[in-house]
Write a protein that binds this ligand. Structure first.
Ligand SMILES: Cc1ncc(COP(=O)(O)O)c(C=O)c1O
Length: 450
């Protein structure tokens, strides 16, 4: 039996209840999941409950979890401090659309972490955060076009669903990527509002900025590309973008939905020492509740106070999510917590690399503090095209199911993702993970070399 067939048979044997729930749910919900990124073959497993760093599925299998809600779980699952705060908040009310004191408290917590934030507004997701930030930047610059990076994902609204994962056959020259819509239903007209540049390429970026100098008003970048495994910025890249945006009068937006509070307390802006004009945030800022935010300079954000540019939303900044946010940022994600997750990140990287070396598996770990992944290639991946050329999704699937069948979710499904180490993981959890990897390493080596 080939390795995939063996893994699939084991998986099906462990998860029969998930399979029948998936069949039933698919009658009501497209693909049986609430976000398409959660779908995979043969079917996903369905969760019964989570606690600490574990998920338990409907068949009673327990998993040590590094998916951590697609990166929204730096605090771990249902952190006790956050749970206490939320129980208290339920007694006080979960939704009042009238303003309340948590607004300023939550904004202050974010402002302590990002110098670029002079004012912020809250949203319910990262998608809304990038959508509103783009509107503010357009209003401020008076220009409609946004320059985005090929291969980058910034949420599910039309303005950013361009060249997220374009087929290379349609994507044109790597230095001047052609704009490709991500799926049908995105209007053709959206292509007139976007330009696309390669990541880590200042020269190409400048050419595009020059060519569209009176049109591009915002540059939207995920400073470490965490939707293409872990692709860090090369030296001077972010500084270079800062300089170019100043030169061309373009609003620089760091999309820190994934990097924010995870690669450093103040996100990539702090880690790399570069100040954007605007920041978008979500995921781990919310301590497992659905909250996003966007913010920037007074001049940009006061367009909202002046009713010049609009930002509305019934659920924005509700007390339930802001209570979780304040507790997460003030009480849970302390300096010690960052030392802890960063130390564990190094331990996991070293452990995975040792096993690969011992077993003769070609690969490397790329990681930035709490975020990392094994790339089963020797290539140094610096942008989308290199990612596509060098990352073998099928092989990665063997690794993923090999780990899952042993009760470890190494990261969200797919080679484009990465693990999140939470404050509730321990050294023992890391060692358990490495042991599990050691168990499957010989079969992986065999599969890679066959
Ligand atoms: C960089 C980035 N921006 C925006 C989003 C959208 O966030 P949400 O899923 O909360 O809408 C994501 C989601 O994965 C993301 O990774």
């Amino acid at each position: 039996m080939d390795y995939w067939s063996k893994l699939e048979a084991e998986y099906r044997e462990r998860t029969p209840t998930s399979e029948s729930i998936h069949d039933e749910t698919s009658d009501h919900i497209p693909a049986g999941v609430a976000s398409t990124s959660r779908r995979f073959d043969p079917y996903p497993f369905y969760i019964d409950h989570s606690d600490g760093v574990h998920l338990e599925d409907v068949d009673g299998n327990r998993y040590l979890d590094y998916d951590m809600n697609n990166g929204a779980g730096l605090c771990g699952h249902t952190h006790p401090d956050i749970a206490d705060a939320l129980h208290d908040q339920i007694d006080k009310g979960t939704l009042y659309t009238m303003p309340h004191e948590l607004l300023a408290e939550a904004a202050e917590e974010l402002k302590k972490r990002w110098n670029a934030l002079q004012k912020v507004r809250f949203t319910n997701s990262g998608t809304e955060a990038t959508m509103h930030a783009i509107r503010m930047a357009r209003a401020y610059s008076g220009r409609d076009k946004v320059l985005k990076i090929e291969g980058a994902y910034h949420g599910a609204h039309d303005y950013v669903l361009v060249s997220g994962t374009p087929p290379v056959s349609k994507a044109g020259h790597p230095k001047r990527p052609r704009k490709v819509k991500d799926g049908h239903g995105v209007p053709d007209a959206v292509l007139d509002t976007v330009e696309v540049a390669p990541f880590n390429d200042l020269e190409a970026t400048e050419e595009i900025l020059w060519e569209h100098r009176d049109e591009i008003g915002a540059l939207l970048v995920e400073p470490v590309m965490l939707n293409k495994s872990v692709t860090p910025p090369q030296e001077n890249y972010l500084e270079g973008l800062r300089k170019l945006c100043d030169e061309y009068g373009v609003v620089l937006i760091f999309d820190e939905v994934k990097t924010g509070v995870k690669v450093a307390p103040g996100g990539a802006a702090e880690l790399y020492g570069v100040e954007p004009d605007m920041v978008t945030m979500a995921k781990s800022i919310g301590g497992e509740t659905s909250v996003g935010a966007f913010g920037g300079t007074h001049e940009i954000m006061d367009q909202i106070s002046d009713d010049y540019a609009w930002h509305y939303g019934t659920y924005n900044g509700n007390p339930f999510v802001l209570r979780a946010l304040v507790t997460a940022l003030r009480d849970v994600l302390t300096e010690d917590a960052y030392d802890h997750v960063n130390r564990l990140g190094n331990r996991l990287k070293a452990g995975y690399e040792d096993v690969m070396a011992d077993a003769g598996i070609k690969g490397q770990v790329t990681h930035v503090n709490s975020q990392g992944i094994i790339q089963f290639t020797d290539a140094n991946i610096t942008d989308y095209r290199e990612f596509v050329a060098n990352v073998d999704d099928d092989f990665h699937t063997l690794f993923w199911f090999g780990m899952v069948n042993q009760g470890i979710i190494p990261h969200p499904y797919g080679a484009r993702q990465q693990w999140t180490i939470s404050v509730q993981h321990t050294e023992e959890h890391i060692d358990e993970t490495i042991e599990a990897f050691r168990n499957i390493a010989p079969r992986l080596a065999e599969a890679q070399n066959s």
